[in-house]
Design a protein around this ligand. Structure first.
Ligand code: SF4
Length: 756
């Protein structure tokens, strides 16, 4: 059985040794790396051939890749590595890896061109100084061939096992049966659409109600499609950790129904959750789990892949048994997993691990984007950046600040003062990031880069924090365009404060489409699913989905008879009417509760409004139990809040629309028999939202709806969705605002609702 591997992947597997070392090493950006390669290639003579494709077999193993450059006249093969800062800071085990890659390319070139010997040159190119350092070695074809054979032998056993795994996995997937006796209502429709989109290699948006088993209904058809479409991986991407748990449960269900299925699933968790030594740094001199990481990785990797479901607990267990870091072990295991479950940011963020590997390894991947209505906001955050003048000032005044950083930081401070003078208001939109300020920022970032690479072990959280923010800001400034806004704002200080409010310069992404387009393009197929994806155009415009994206609205398993939907036509929750709205809201809530005692959720647009109503309600109806959401609640406090709603309790839980209790929570049966929604959910009208409205009007011609109406109603429908969770649930929903009568608002509510 043959197996194909890229030169880089082969060498990373066989030639990485020693410690994990993530001490600060400033890395060139992708653009800088490409520019560096081009610079070196341009400096070579006429006979220089750049990007030489090479391939060769060793037994059943096909090894291929592109060598950076070959000079026929000199008979010299080059591998170019760009770096920033000090040449001596490049770790020894990185250099060994670079040599291994070059030697493998050398063996392939000698075999292809019948060369007896070859000069190999590692070209290290410093981006800032544009300086090359060449390390040269002369090798015979024979010695290179021996090295190549040795690497292939080391990889061959693993490759044979991987090829066998894939073949057994694909045969098992072809025979896999749905894990339940039958599909639920709507679940088959969803599963068939996902399967068809995988076959067609297209994107699909699926609006599918809660309760139909969306997770199994999307994973199962992709597993079935995987062998035929030669899918390497399925990435199940979630907005919240609760989504990860649901995906892992669905996979466990599939395993239960097919106990011999050799499917490997991996859960990715954030570093701060997986790290065993949060007080240490990720290198061998500081953390024992980084020491000898690559020496112990092969055994840990072999032990892990036989475990199949590699959730957080299993990865931790395997890692600690082999004394290596669980977080970095999970990153290594991505390569050998069939299904990866992780947060959106692993694929969509600026430097996302799964996207980077997909590109580098040329994987054929399928994406499942869970609760996809969250992706617009999450992606906006990923491609936004802000820097505060206050953090620069604090850094500048920090005792012990390195002398070489004083001038560049002072220069940036002066530019900031000039900016403040020019824009004295509380909020001012700028046409773009001011050139002089940006130039000062880049110089400051460059100085910190040089400083940190000279002092890689120096721990200075404030400096590093500012530096990473500065780099991200500079990166987003380079990509600035109509998709984003730039503004200078001054958050209000408390009235007691004598300080002048410090300004913050922000790049706010409004339309993430230009960034996400290439992410969707890198996947073979993608399904975005949620209970609320209306209107489809809103999501496809903002996310940059391909034109041929398919859309389905899955039939609801619920009937109109299960949910009484009532509109309070005489209540207005507009800001200016809030005080006046209290008597009618309180009367309606109490009347409903007296008629049908049980558990209710009441949603309001803000904590202030919530408090206003709750205080008046408690005063008038002290006999009714009331629970209130606090402004800041820990995860534990949130759990405690939900646990009060039991099948036997009776009371009203006051919550904020769009907060922790308005989506992603499950209160079936008597745990929740009704909801009151005293808001249309519209975001606040403020200068930022108004600028967003104007920009969305310019770009997409639908500023008001895209800024206010659609995001607002999406939250309302999500919150209302808490009431009916199963086909046996029944409940009542009070929409408390006269605007719920409007036809354009009603068009955004679920079709299965019957509004009285
Ligand atoms: S355990 Fe923590 S400190 Fe140690 S290598 Fe892993 S992430 Fe870094």
């Amino acid at each position: 059985m043959s197996y194909t591997v890229a030169v880089r992947a082969l060498c990373e597997f066989t030639a990485k040794q020693g410690d994990l070392d993530l001490r600060f090493t400033p890395a060139p950006s992708a653009q800088e790396g490409m520019a560096g390669h081009a610079w070196v290639a341009a400096s070579r003579g006429a006979g220089y051939q750049a990007e030489v494709p090479l391939a060769g077999w060793h037994g059943d193993l096909l090894v291929r890749g592109r060598a950076d450059g070959y000079d026929e006249g000199l008979n010299r093969l080059e591998e170019i590595k760009t770096y920033k800062g000090s040449f001596d800071a490049i770790p020894e085990n990185h250099r060994l890896l670079h040599w291994a890659q070059l030697k493998v390319y050398g063996a392939l070139l000698c075999a292809e061109r019948g060369l007896a010997e070859l000069e190999l040159a590692l070209v290290y190119f410093e981006i800032g100084l544009q300086k090359q350092t060449l390390l040269k070695e002369l090798h015979t074809a024979e010695s290179l061939q021996a090295f190549f054979a040795q690497q292939c032998e080391r990889f061959a056993a693993w490759a044979a096992q991987e090829a066998a795994h894939r073949s057994v996995r694909d045969a098992a997937l072809a025979a896999l049966r749905f894990p339940h006796d039958e599909f639920r209502h709507g679940q088959r429709q969803l599963a068939e659409s996902v399967y068809r989109s995988a076959l067609a290699g297209r994107c699909l948006m699926a609006e599918a109600p809660t309760g139909i088993g969306k997770t199994v209904g999307t994973i199962f058809p992709l597993l079935k499609a995987a062998p035929g479409q030669q899918l390497d991986k399925i990435f199940f991407l979630t907005a919240k950790s609760s989504g990860r748990a649901l995906a892992l449960d669905a996979i466990a269900l599939i395993h239960d129904s097919a106990p011999t299925l050799p499917l490997r699933s991996l859960e990715l968790v954030a570093r701060d959750k997986a790290c065993e030594h949060p007080d240490k740094a990720c290198h061998g001199e500081s953390c024992s789990l980084a020491q000898g990481f690559y020496d112990r990785l092969p055994a840990a990797r072999s032990a892990a892949v036989v475990r199949r479901t590699l959730d957080r607990a299993v990865v931790r267990e395997v890692a600690l048994a082999h004394q290596i870091c669980p977080y970095y072990l999970s990153q290594e295991l991505v390569r050998w997993s069939d299904v990866v479950v992780g947060d959106y940011n692993y694929f969509f963020d600026v430097s996302a691990l799964l996207y980077g590997l997909t590109q580098a390894q040329q994987w054929q991947v399928a994406l499942l984007v869970d609760e996809a209505h969250n992706l617009v906001e999450r992606a906006r955050k990923m491609y936004s950046a802000e820097l505060s003048h206050a953090s620069l000032r604090a850094l500048k005044q920090q005792p012990g600040l390195a002398p070489e950083l004083k001038r560049p930081l002072e220069r940036l401070h002066r530019q900031w003062l000039a900016l403040n003078k020019l824009h004295p208001g509380k909020y001012e939109r700028l046409d773009g990031v001011p050139d002089a300020w940006l130039n000062a920022l880049q110089l400051a970032a460059g100085a910190i880069t040089a400083f940190l690479s000279e002092h890689p072990t120096r721990l200075d959280a404030a400096l590093q924090g500012f530096y990473f923010e500065a780099l991200h800001f500079a990166h987003m400034a380079e990509a600035f365009g109509a998709h984003s806004l730039c503004d200078l704002s001054r958050p209000p200080l408390s009235s007691a404060s004598k300080l002048k409010p410090a300004s913050t310069l922000s790049i706010r992404n409004i339309v993430p489409a230009p960034f996400l387009k290439e992410r969707f393009g890198a996947a073979h197929c993608c399904t975005l699913f949620s209970a609320t994806l209306q209107p489809a155009r809103f999501y496809s415009d903002l996310l940059g989905l391909p034109e041929d994206t398919a859309w389905i609205e899955v039939d609801s398993p619920f009937s109109a008879g299960q949910l009484q939907v009532k509109v309070a036509r005489r209540i207005s929750t507009r800001y200016q009417h809030r005080q006046a709205s209290l008597p009618a809201i309180i009367e309606l809530m109490a009347r409903q509760f007296e008629a049908q005692p049980g558990n209710y959720l009441a949603f309001f647009s803000s904590h202030d409004y919530l408090q206003l109503v709750a205080t008046a309600f408690e005063a008038e109806h002290p006999q009714i139990e009331v629970w209130k959401q606090d402004r800041r609640m820990s995860e534990q406090a949130q759990q405690g809040f939900l646990q009060r709603l039991t099948p036997d309790s009776q009371g009203i839980a006051f919550a904020v629309l769009g907060g922790s209790f308005s989506e992603g929570i499950d209160l079936p049966g008597k745990r929740l028999i009704g909801a009151y929604i005293a808001t249309l959910g519209l975001p606040q009208v403020n200068p930022v939202n108004e600028q967003m409205r104007l920009r969305l009007d310019e770009l997409l011609g639908a500023g008001y709806d895209y800024t206010y109406t659609y995001p607002g109603l999406q939250k309302v429908v999500q919150a209302a969705g808490r009431v009916i969770r199963t086909v046996s649930d029944a409940g009542v929903l009070h929409l408390m605002d006269d605007r719920f009568q409007r036809s354009e608002v009603r068009a955004l509510l679920p079709r299965w609702w019957h509004i009285e």
